[in-house]
Ligand binder design. Structure first.
Ligand code: GAP
Length: 430
């Protein structure tokens, strides 16, 4: 884990939040490569679960919503963590995250468990009183439920169908969360999939397959994931049946990657009751009015990223020199191609390399490097997970071809400049 954290900082993937002021626990900033990786994960998710399907509708709801939503959803009463504090070292832990009755840090005794609602509160307007309280959403899901009728009215979807959203969610996490595994603000990629009650098990099983397929396609090894069913005590207040897909993270083993919950008609029914608006679905064939039931696949973007890092990080020794390489799936790799002139002080090499760089830049997210020697540049791109490096050398000037070096095998090939874009396109996008 330490090696991943250090590589993430060194190569501009993830920086600790507010670092120059001593940091703020459980906050992180994404650097230039982190932004690209995050965008590629979200693009892949949206393409797979929204664009490629004909039963899915996208949404981008607000982070701040009417606080009545959180009462109707049961969050203000039911979204509760319990915490204990060590009497000796005063560290706090969520009770569901400690196995023993003693502090794992110093062996001290714990206080009685206290309850708290992990939703962040803020105020709308100039007066900070109870009438102006709003919450930062702890899940994106509720924007989907409160827009259910809008989407029905605009698009007249027929069951089963889903509404998908990617966006920030916020939780007042009180325990230190392993790197980006547990953050105060994080991105969720959520789907509420509306079905007839009698079909919930069938679609639950289908979603398990869909989730598994997507993570494996991203490059996550099948042996490193498993499903685990929630027992009664850990079920969220809205769920009748939940299964987590867990990943074997490099800290503490299998932990929740994503959740898949059967939320029944809990949310639509409660919002209907509390808002006074009829959120029932009308079956146009039978004219029957009812609340659809909901299967909810809920993905965390940061946990996807951490699983990707864990999966892709390799160290190897070549002729006594250590090579660190991120074997990222090209679909999510931030930089697809790096272009180098062999030497930084030869204007004719620079000119040719710039032409190639400018041409490829329109097609792919690429980078330029002319610092240090070629070995150091390869080393840097291996750590960034860049699948291909293109080097312009003296032979290029005579033969109009370049050296293309592949990250994982380190094999080098000479490719004609006029064929380069097609060659890379085929290798990167299949
Ligand atoms: N709408 C359902 C829901 O929010 P959840 O299991 O509480 O369910 C869904 O959250 C996913 O969001 C988790 O499986 C995880 O991937 C991610 N997640 C939850 N809390 C997180 C946190 N503090 N930091 C990073 N990711 C988090």
């Amino acid at each position: 884990m330490d090696k991943i954290v250090s590589l993430c900082k060194r190569r501009g993937f993830v920086y600790p939040g507010s670092d120059i002021y001593g940091g703020l626990a459980n906050t992180f900033d994404f650097g230039p490569l982190g932004v690209e990786l995050a965008n590629n994960i979200k693009k892949s998710w949206w393409k797979n679960f929204v664009q490629d399907r004909s039963d899915m509708y996208g949404l981008d709801g607000g982070i701040l919503m009417n606080p009545k939503i959180w009462e109707a959803s049961g969050h203000t009463q039911g979204f509760i963590d319990t915490l204990v504090e060590c009497k000796k070292c005063h560290k706090r832990f969520r009770t569901d995250q400690v196995d023993s009755k003693k502090c794992p840090e110093c062996g001290g005794e714990f206080t009685e468990a206290k309850k708290f609602v992990p939703m962040f509160k803020t105020f709308v307007g100039p007066v900070e009183d109870s009438a102006s309280v709003v919450y930062l959403r702890p899940e994106t899901a509720q924007a989907i439920f409160v827009n259910f009728k809008n989407i029905i009215d605009s698009f007249h979807p027929v069951l089963p169908f889903g509404i998908a959203q990617i966006g920030k969610a916020f939780r007042n996490e009180i325990t230190l969360g392993n790197f980006i595994f547990r953050k105060l603000e994080f991105e969720q990629m959520e789907i509420e999939y509306f079905v007839e009650e009698k079909n919930w098990e069938k679609y639950f099983k289908e979603w398990k397959k869909e989730i598994e397929k997507w993570v494996i396609d991203l490059g996550i090894g099948k042996k490193n994931i498993r499903w685990r069913e929630h027992n009664k005590e850990e079920l969220a207040h809205y769920s009748k049946h939940t299964e987590d897909i867990e990943y074997d993270f490099p800290f503490g083993g299998f932990k929740e990657l994503y959740g898949l919950a059967y939320r029944t008609d809990y949310d639509l029914k409660n919002h209907s009751e509390k808002s006074g608006k009829d959120l029932r679905y009308i079956d146009l064939k039978t004219n029957e009015k009812f609340f659809p039931h909901v299967i909810e696949p809920s993905f965390g973007m940061e946990r996807t990223m951490l699983a990707i890092f864990s999966e892709a990080y390799y160290e190897e020794e070549i002729k006594g020199v250590k090579r660190v390489v991120l074997k990222l799936n090209p679909a999510v790799a931030p930089i697809k191609v790096a272009v180098f002139p062999l030497l930084a002080n030869k204007p004719n090499l620079i000119k040719k390399a710039k032409e190639i760089y400018d041409g490829l830049k329109k097609e792919f997210f690429i980078t330029w490097d002319d610092r240090g020697n070629i070995g150091k540049r390869y080393y840097a791109q291996d750590e960034a997970g860049t699948p291909f490096c293109v080097t312009v050398d003296f032979e290029t000037l005579e033969k109009d071809d370049v050296t293309v070096r592949e990250r994982d095998s380190m094999k080098q090939e000479r490719i004609k400049i006029k064929e380069l874009a097609v060659y890379l396109e085929e290798k990167l996008n299949g």
